[in-house]
Ligand binder design. Structure first.
Ligand code: GLU
Length: 446
């Protein structure tokens, strides 16, 4: 069945790899089913929502390869929400409450002290018109709660299987704040109905909301969409991601030079039954992915694994796929350069170092030549073949140096590598030597 899905971020910050997981899983389900992907900004919180974050999210999704078929924002749809809210008030399912945050807090403490669950006691339902008027005269404006049916709400979750929630243990949720703004709960349901969303896929921190929203769907539309709640990602030490944004934001990953494909594979595949592995493209990821493979437990992830995957992908990437980004880094790479260095970088930005080494000179942190090797270097210089050079030059040169000096293995190759590159690890020198050329090689041996 062609699924209509949506990714519904609040544009209150940069999105991170955990949000990317939600977006990508929705995208893959849309692609696999030949359906649609709606990008919907949950921006009812006007104070915290910012256009620059909304724009940034669009750029991040585009980078990952996600192309929304439709873009919506809740702030443009207030009239629709007001209409439904009025309907719920008329039905007696949305009721005004006047408690302050402090009063609610004290109520919960008293309940806990008596061994009761801290569920809202519905005291506001019993207020008379005079009492409400008195609160308003005091300057209090009401927030509005949804009167839940105290039933068991059950659904077949696309990831978690059979789920059920006892609504008598859930507080009637606040749908409208004291300042008149909507929390995302009701607008989300109204939008999902109007936009024909067939499956809601989101993090499992929303499982309780789902029971509430299924009641709203049934009330407003007679039926609810399918739901799937994926597990959340946590840092290696088990913390949630929201507090640790910084380096985990997609934007910073892009700026640091990660491949979009590695980030996409990593964000989706960790926490599933598949191993993290290089894949050719998003199509291959779509082929691999299935909701049923997603684990029900939170998934710890380690940036080192992403770096490793990124490196494996780069090692097989063709020049054509990266040449524009290399140009943006100031690298006008040809095939020979790229093939020589791609196996020695973990992120594309590291190509800058090799470009500088190949063209300009050794880097500031270069490993120094050993003074005791002076004679060896003099001999190597003397035996350096004249250009033109090709892939066989290294072999014929080092064979000659070996015969003349009696050195072999590491004792032969390491001093040459250090002199030519300033590093003790790096590209195959057979490939790198022709890029360096005779003049630079002679200079560096001196
Ligand atoms: N704005 C909500 C969030 O980012 C959306 C949840 C949903 O997908 O329904 O958590």
């Amino acid at each position: 069945m062609a699924e209509i899905v949506r990714f519904a971020p609040s544009p209150t910050g940069n999105i991170h790899i955990g949000n990317a997981r939600t977006a990508l899983i929705n995208w893959l389900v849309a692609v696999k089913s030949g359906g649609e992907f709606i990008l919907r900004y949950d921006d009812t919180d006007q104070e915290r929502s910012k256009q620059e974050y909304a724009d940034g999210i669009a750029v991040d999704l585009d980078w990952l390869g996600i192309k929304p078929t439709r873009v919506e924002k809740q702030s443009a749809r207030m009239a629709a929400y007001d209409e439904v809210a009025q309907k719920l008030k008329d039905m007696g399912r949305l009721y005004p409450c006047y408690e302050t945050a402090d009063e609610l807090d004290r109520k919960r403490k008293r309940q806990r002290a008596r061994g009761l669950p801290p569920v809202y006691d519905r005291a506001a339902l019993k207020l008379s018109d005079e009492e409400k008027a008195a609160f308003e005269a005091e300057g209090r404006t009401p927030h509005w709660r949804f009167l839940l049916d105290q039933e068991t709400v059950a659904w077949q979750d696309g990831v978690r299987g059979e789920q059920s929630i006892e609504c008598s243990s859930v507080s009637d949720p606040v749908l409208i704040r004291g300042d008149g703004t909507y929390l995302y709960t009701l607008p989300s349901v109204i939008d999902d109905i109007e936009m024909g969303v067939t499956m809601v896929i989101r993090g499992d921190d929303h499982v309780t909301n789902t029971a509430v929203q299924i009641q709203l769907f049934n009330l407003l539309n007679g039926k609810a969409p399918k739901f799937a709640h994926h597990n959340l990602l946590t840092s290696a030490t088990g913390e949630g991601l929201s507090k640790r944004l910084g380096s985990l934001s997609l934007r910073s990953m892009r700026e640091e030079g990660y491949e979009a494909l590695s980030v996409a594979i990593f964000a989706v595949v960790i926490g599933t039954s598949d191993p993290v592995q290089p894949l050719a493209d998003m199509g291959a990821l779509a082929e691999l992915f299935a909701l049923e493979k997603v684990s029900r437990n939170a998934s710890k992830f380690d940036m080192a694994d992403l770096v490793h995957l990124n490196a494996r992908i780069l090692h097989e990437t063709e020049l054509e796929a990266v040449s524009e980004r290399l140009s943006a880094l100031g690298i006008e790479a040809d095939e020979a350069f790229w093939l020589a260095i791609r196996g020695n970088i973990e992120k594309l930005t590291e190509a800058k170092d090799w470009w500088a080494i190949a063209r300009d000179g050794l880097l500031d942190d270069a490993v120094q030549k050993n003074a005791e090797d002076a004679d060896f270097y003099a001999k190597a210089k003397e035996l350096l073949p004249a250009e033109p050079w090709d892939g066989t030059t290294w072999k014929s040169w080092t064979t000659a140096v070996k015969n003349a000096t009696g050195r072999k293995g590491k004792g032969l190759f390491m001093p040459l590598r250090v002199a030519l590159t300033g590093r003790s690890h790096g590209p195959e020198l057979a490939a790198f030597l022709p890029i360096l050329g005779s003049q630079r090689t002679l200079d560096r041996l001196s």
